[in-house]
Design a protein around this ligand. Sequence first.
Ligand code: E4P
Length: 216
Amino acid sequence: MRIFLDTANIEEVRQASKLGVVSGVTTNPTLMARAGATDYEATIKEIASIIPGPISTEVVVEGVEPMLEQAREMAAWTPNVVIKIPVNADGLEVTSILAKENIKVNMTLCFSANQALLAALSGARYISPFVGRLDDIGQDGMQLVEDILHIYDNYPDINTEVIAASIRHPEHCLRAAVIGAHIATIPYDVLMKMIQHPMTDAGISRFLADWKNTTK
Ligand code: E4P
């Protein structure tokens, strides 16, 4: 499973990239606002200069023509930009057109397996089921990811990759990897929590203390 960082915060992208484990970044308007990014283009370009992998940026207009126009503009910002389009009727129409123009789409705000099936049929490069937001309303978000993976596995000609999104804690990431999600997009704090284990810290202290004692 590959790991994308779910942030528009440049400092977080910079710090996480040093670990050598992050191969892409996803943003959305909320993450842009949280990062204080008013210029989407400059922000996406800066992120791409740190992590060249797929960088998702989301359209912020509605309707087929406005979304198409904005998606085409965004696609020209930097190589490897991926356009986030919501899974609804207009979004499917837009995605099927962009796919024919070889513009990569990450269909976002996916909350059902049927939406994911349609996204794949429309030519989406990625589908983003929102795990945490489903958990929030008492449903099993990871079961949705599992169902989508199962459906896609039934049809080898489907090449859409599943991004487990709306990840809230390390256990989400672990479960996504166990069930075979292609990618998990995770917030910076979750990535940091995944690294930590008290026994690793205790083990390092013990080894260093023993080394000092034996080399006195
Ligand atoms: C995915 O691409 C979204 O940016 C993100 O995972 C949404 O997560 P949230 O539910 O924490 O806002």
